[in-house]
Every structure is written in structure tokens, then in C-alpha cells.
Design a protein around this ligand. Structure first.
Ligand code: TYM
Length: 337
């Protein structure tokens, strides 16, 4: 049986990269596969989060999920911290994963920067909790942006080592599946609007580097107008495009928003300059994103409804997670399991 799982951290405003790399894919998959989508609040506190704001940030992510098409009657939407099985499995996985595996994680190196010794221990074991998020539901498919690829590889390594170390005797060793990352299409890696070599990110100090899901039509249009480009018209071929990072990124965003391939976008815009392409992109972005922001604002106007959705989702998630954890405890040999 297939099952989708993914999550987003409630650690700041969501942007176009989160939307195209993850959120739109969740909404698409829910029709085909049993889908679990959570708010990664335990991951968020690996760096400081204001306790007075965290619960509201969690509601904002839930609102963004629903505004981008996730249906709470179809998909299970819940806060990670409300399902304690994630944390319990993460501890066991901390004892399965090897230090050497975590030492290779590039995201920790980026996020800890020059001050490794002052980072939280949670930031270091972050990918182990992520593996628990996925495997507690025995999820088979994980829709994420390109930046999560290495974490998914680690998840697969942890699953394989757990199966090897604790798998039931007699060959029934595939206790955990090997989850497949779903990293597809031109939206899987959206770059900064100011720098085609940096990914669009919540933590970039320049708000002009990203389009936030809550930006209004004017802000979206302004940011695209000011986006960095080169003076050349758009090329004929993907090869030529790939040598021009900023142009490549804007064409990719256009393709992802319109549901086309980059080649299809080039077929329409090759030979045209950014004076033509940028207004078309701005119009498309406003058409697709403005309603999402509006819907988010509407949902956030009634927090009780969001809270009821999260509570019901948490209950369903616990029902799915509990049997996996009790089997794991038996396999590990814990007393009473
Ligand atoms: P987070 O909160 O940083 O980002 C949420 C999702 O958005 C994707 N994303 C992007 N996609 C395309 N272009 C970009 N510029 C861009 N920036 C972000 C991310 O790849 C992600 O899919 N570790 C995860 C949260 C998590 C998780 C999980 C995901 C925790 N446990 C289990 C899947 C399964 C994270 O930090 O996402």
C-alpha cells in the first residue's frame, strides 16, 4: 500500500518555493494516495521560536495547506508535536543512525554556520526526527523540494539499517519501506529573485528575494519587475537557458505556475525580452497566488475551525502511528512491549 507523507516547518512566512516545491504537490497527490501532511513544529524549535507565536505559526501553515487545495476530509493534517510517537521513534533512530552519516548533512553545515558549538543538539539530529516522521507511518512517497534530497537518503539508510538490525528472523526484514522522494518538475528548486545561484529561502534578509504566499498583487508584481535578469532575450533551447541562472529560474517559475515544461514556455517566449516576459509572469503569478493568500487570510479569521481540523488530524495520525511504534518496541526488545 502506498502512503504519502510530508511536512513544512512553522518557522516564518511561506514563499513561492515552498508552494511550488511542496504545497501544490500535496494537493495533487491526495486524490491518488492516502496522504499525511503535518506541521513540523518540533523541527522548528531546533532554532529559537518565540513561544508566544509558535501555535499561531502552526495555524498559518495549516491554513496555507488548505488554501493551496489540501482537503481536510481527504488528507490527514496535523501538528507533529501532537503525535508523540514521532519523538519516541526518533530516539530509537538516534541509536540506529551513525554519527558519520549526520556529519555529512549539508543542511546542518549551512544552518549552523560558523557557530557549530552553539547550535542546538536538535539541529544536528534534525534529519533523524525527519526519518521518524516518515517511517512512523511507513510512508512510501515523500513530496519535497530538491533541498530535502539528502535527508531522504538518510531516511532510507536508517530504514535499511533498522530492518537489518531488528528485522524479524526468517527473511521478513522489510519492516520499514524504502520511501521514495518525489522531487519533480520545474518547481522543485526555486531560486532567489535577487541571485540565481541561491535558493529562495525564508531566511534571506531581502524580502525582494522571495514571493511570500501572503504578498498582495502589488507586491508580487513589484518583486517580479525588480527580479534580477540579464539583458538578452530568452533563448531557443534549454541548453542556452541553463547557462543563465536568473533567466532559467524565471522560466522555471512560469512553467511551474502554468503547469507547463520549461521547453513549452520557451516555445512561446524565445526571442522575447524580459520587458515582455516579466509582465506576463507577474500576471500569471498574481492570478495563481493572490487567491491562495486571500483564502489563507479567510481561514485565519476563524482559528477555531483550524484548531478543530488539526485536532481531528492528530487523532487520525495517532491511530496510524501507534501500531508502528508498538511493533518497533517489540522488535527492539523493550520490557512490556
Ligand atoms: P521546509 O519547511 O524548509 O520547507 C518546506 C518544503 O518546501 C520545500 N522548499 C523548496 N522547494 C523548492 N524551491 C525552494 N526554494 C524551496 N525551499 C523550500 C522544501 O524542500 C520542503 O519540501 N525538513 C523539512 C520539513 C520536514 C519534512 C519531514 C519534510 C520535517 N519532516 C518529513 C518531509 C518529510 C523542511 O525543513 O522543510
Amino acid at each position: 500500500p502506498s502512503r504519502v507523507l510530508s511536512g513544512v516547518q512553522p518557522s516564518g512566512a511561506l514563499h513561492l518555493g515552498n508552494y511550488l516545491g511542496a504545497l501544490v504537490k500535496f494537493a495533487r497527490l491526495q486524490h491518488e494516495i492516502d496522504t499525511f501532511i503535518f506541521v513540523a513544529d518540533m523541527h522548528a524549535i531546533t532554532v529559537w521560536q518565540d513561544p508566544a507565536a509558535l501555535a499561531q505559526q502552526t495555524r498559518e501553515i495549516a491554513a496555507a495547506y488548505i488554501a493551496s487545495g489540501l482537503d481536510p476530509d481527504k488528507a490527514t493534517i496535523f501538528p507533529q508535536s501532537a503525535v508523540r510517537e514521532h519523538a519516541e521513534l526518533a530516539w530509537i533512530f538516534n541509536c540506529v543512525a551513525r554519527l558519520g552519516w549526520l556529519d555529512r548533512m549539508t543542511q546542518f553545515k549551512e544552518k549552523s554556520g560558523k557557530h557549530k558549538e552553539r547550535s542546538s543538539v536538535g539541529l544536528y539530529t534534525y534529519p533523524v526526527l525527519q526519518a521518524a516522521d516518515i517511517l512512523i507511518y511507513k510512508a512510501t512517497h515523500v513530496p519535497v523540494g530538491e533541498d530535502q534530497k539528502q535527508h531522504l537518503e538518510l531516511t532510507r539508510d536508517i530504514a535499511a539499517k533498522f530492518n537489518h538490525d531488528f528485522g524479524a528472523p526468517g527473511g521478513a526484514s522489510a519492516f520499514f519501506p524504502q520511501p521514495e522522494p518525489l522531487i519533480q518538475g520545474p518547481g522543485a528548486r526555486v531560486m532567489s529573485l535577487r541571485d540565481g545561484s541561491a535558493k529562495m529561502s525564508k531566511s534571506d534578509p531581502s524580502d525582494y528575494s522571495r514571493i511570500n504566499l501572503t504578498d498582495d498583487a502589488d507586491a508580487i508584481a513589484q518583486k517580479i519587475k525588480k527580479a534580477r535578469t540579464d539583458p538578452e532575450p530568452l533563448p531557443e533551447t534549454l541548453d542556452e537557458l541553463s547557462a543563465r541562472a536568473e533567466a532559467d529560474n524565471l522560466v522555471g517559475i512560469f512553467a511551474a505556475l502554468s503547469g507547463q515544461t520549461k521547453a513549452e514556455v520557451l516555445a512561446e517566449y524565445a526571442g522575447k525580452g524580459f520587458g515582455t516576459f516579466k509582465p506576463a509572469l507577474a500576471e500569471l503569478a498574481v492570478e495563481k497566488l493572490a487567491p491562495v493568500g486571500e483564502k489563507m487570510r479567510g481561514l485565519l479569521g476563524d482559528p477555531a475551525v483550524l484548531d478543530a481540523i488539526l485536532a481531528k488530524g492528530a487523532e487520525k495520525a495517532r491511530e496510524a502511528a501507534a501500531p508502528t511504534l508498538s511493533e518497533v518496541k517489540k522488535l527492539v526488545g523493550f520490557w512490556g512491549a
